[in-house]
Design a protein around this ligand. Sequence first.
Ligand code: DAH
Length: 336
Amino acid sequence: MLEQLNTLRKEFEEASAKVSSASDLENLRIKFLAKNGSVTMLFEELKNVSKEDKPVVGKNLNELKNFCQSVFAELKEKYESAPDSSGRVLDLTLPGREVLTGKKHIIIKTMDEIKSIFKRMGFSVYDGPEAESDYNNFEALNFPADHPARDMQDTFFINQKFLLRTHTSPVQVRVMQNQQPPVRAIMPGKVFRNEDINARSYCLFHQVEGLAVDTDITFAELKGTLFAFAKEFYGSNIKYRFRSSFFPFTEPSAEMDITCYLCNGKGCRICKHSGWLEILGCGMVDPNVFKSVGYDEEKYTGYAFGMGIERIALLKYGIDDIRLLFENDTRFLRQF
Ligand code: DAH
């Protein structure tokens, strides 16, 4: 029996030296250490050993078993948690980690959708600076000197001559100063107003401005273009209406409403039970604006429009607090 133990030990040593993978190791375990493995089986045979020999054989057998188990444990450590080339231990049984990719903020997404619709209708996209001159923001746009929008309440002034633009309309002025008609342009961007911050208003928001100037632009073209946009953006079932309004830089001026796309015009909490949602301001470019940019106001006519993006995005995604759009809490933004 002692001889058998020695042979088995040699056999185990040889077999364990050849182990080079986790599956080799499993085979080693099955052959020697599992329930029917040769080392385990020897314990069965201990019954047949004479009383005198039993203590010695038993001791040797235990030693063999401990030896085999410690070699096995060492190999197990090596093959089941082998460090990769960077020294990290790789556990293939762990669930994978979620990879978070960045995505567009819903304001940018909404602006991109609006831009792409107007681009398909032949409009170019222009940019302007967020810090503007008082001249471009107000004066060139025919704001009388005492217009309330010039009040310190609404405008963040940088100094006497410069301010943070309160709307994207000054980009119209820049486009016209740099280019002769025909013009068909949209101008998206950030605007700033010195307003109380609450669920409905914020000191910063986004607008998309539009401008078309040529020799024979009519109010009918304004209506046709804006209705085509609204159908594309809000759905072909909507109806629209124009209400007369006032802006210093357009004459006549109007506001465009569409039937509430949440209740189909029946009236709900969002449209304050009127069935209508106001979506933009617009009008025919005032001849005084043409004069201030050096366009011949006898020769050219044009229309302009401007819409706020936050309102559109809040309605579209059913969000009831504008501040959420600016806090950049990824737990909120990730939902969309
Ligand atoms: N600038 C206006 C505002 O901020 C929006 C606007 C109205 C723009 C009429 C226009 C327009 O170009 O024609 O409230």
